[in-house]
Design a protein around this ligand. Structure first.
Ligand code: MRU
Length: 370
């Protein structure tokens, strides 16, 4: 994807700078575009925890590069195992993090320490490349959904509602749900996006709106509570979201508030589709409500809001009454029965075990990793 005409990915290695890892500092967007240089596993862990880097597929890829950075310093078995465990514990809900690290471990355990660092960069690079191709294919498989809506209402905008940020900045490139939107826009469809602001961290109003704006996609930021009203008045043709983990029975964990959108969509017969790469599938769990760990973040994120003042300063101000406590569950689970379907790199399917197994038959025998 491009920023002001320059093509970027969301993570890359700077070969001229000691093989350091580069990411955009997403806590600075949309106010300034700042590139961070990560040189060791501690910096990578901090970037993931503090959400300088975020989005389920991207934290997996960045963690893989973090392991490669650690192995340049010390390629022993002990470092391989302990750094993978440390990076895997940085955020609990997105399965992509553990998927990427498990894939790294499986590739690197048999490699002799003398060749491990080099092999680790190659393995991390393969994960990043896989994500790019996967996200591109998700967009292709989602496109017919928007083409069908366009055919039903010629000359009128296709109104898509989305939650959180599922764009190229949340993946290595293209995005998941936003990949569908970008490809529809690029194909000439008149897409308009309702962007949920996505409190408490505002990934919608800060990141999704920024990305869509840079790509020229018409969009409107709305309060998180507005979606139901818009659906009741026929202003939403489809809800498209991403996910941090999909279970064997098709339950979907995603940014807090997604479940409420699914309920409103169900009540108003608005299709609710979820876009995911294979790295987001967790076939080892069934019941998302009981089995997916939900990240609890700092209450301060709820009690405050960060933005730019008229004179250009980025400031955090308190919006809650002094002394009030806050609670901050960062994700929720939408049961499969509220999900119209899943969009993957292999095609679309029902949000069910049977649907997933049609696309991913390799899991039929009870295997739990793609
Ligand atoms: O807490 P975040 O910003 O990392 O949460 C991200 C999301 O919930 C996205 O919707 C999700 O990762 C799926 S798409 C990339």
């Amino acid at each position: 994807m491009k920023i002001d005409g320059v093509a970027y990915r969301s993570v890359w290695v700077d070969l001229d700078d000691g093989w350091s890892v580069r990411i955009f500092d997403q806590t600075r967007l949309p106010w300034s575009v700042e590139i961070l240089r990560l040189t060791n596993e501690g910096e990578v862990a901090h970037a993931i925890r503090s959400m300088q880097v975020r989005g389920a597929p991207l934290i997996g890829a960045v963690a893989a590069f973090g392991l490669a950075l650690a192995l340049r310093r010390d390629a022993s078995d002990e470092t391989l195992e302990s750094v993978a465990a440390m990076l895997g514990a940085t955020r609990p809900t997105a399965i992509n993090l553990r998927w990427a690290l498990a894939r790294m471990l499986a590739e690197l355990r048999p490699v002799p320490p003398a060749r491990r660092a080099e092999a680790a960069y190659a393995a991390a690079d393969a994960i990043a490349e896989d994500d790019v191709e996967t996200c591109r294919a998700i967009g292709q498989h989602g496109l017919p959904l928007l083409q069908a809506i366009a055919a039903r209402k010629p000359g009128k905008p296709i109104n898509v509602l989305t939650h959180c940020n599922t764009g190229w900045i949340a993946t290595v490139d293209y995005g998941t749900a936003l990949s569908v939107i970008y490809q529809a826009h690029d194909a000439g469809l008149p897409v308009h996006v309702w962007v949920d602001e996505t409190r408490p961290r505002n990934q919608g109003s800060a990141l999704t709106a920024w990305e869509l704006g840079k790509h020229g996609v018409p969009h409107t930021v709305i309060a998180d509570n507005a979606g139901g009203h818009l659906m009741q008045h026929g202003e939403v043709d489809i809800v498209l979201v991403g996910t941090d983990r999909v279970t064997r029975q098709g339950d979907v964990a995603n940014k807090i508030g997604t479940y409420l959108k699914a309920l409103a969509a169900h009540d108003n017969k608005v299709p609710f589709w979820v876009a995911l790469p294979h790295s987001t599938l967790d076939m080892s769990v069934r019941d998302g409500l009981r089995e997916i760990p939900i990240e609890e973040r700092a209450a301060e994120e709820v009690l405050t809001v960060t933005g730019r003042t008229e004179d250009g300063r980025v400031e955090t101000v308190r919006t809650a009454a002094p002394g009030s406590a806050g609670a901050n569950p960062a994700f929720d689970v939408t049961p499969a029965r509220l999900v119209t379907g899943l969009i993957t790199e292999r095609g679309r399917c029902d949000a069910s075990e049977a649907g997933l197994l049609k696309l991913y038959p390799e899991f039929a025998a009870g295997k739990d990793a793609a």
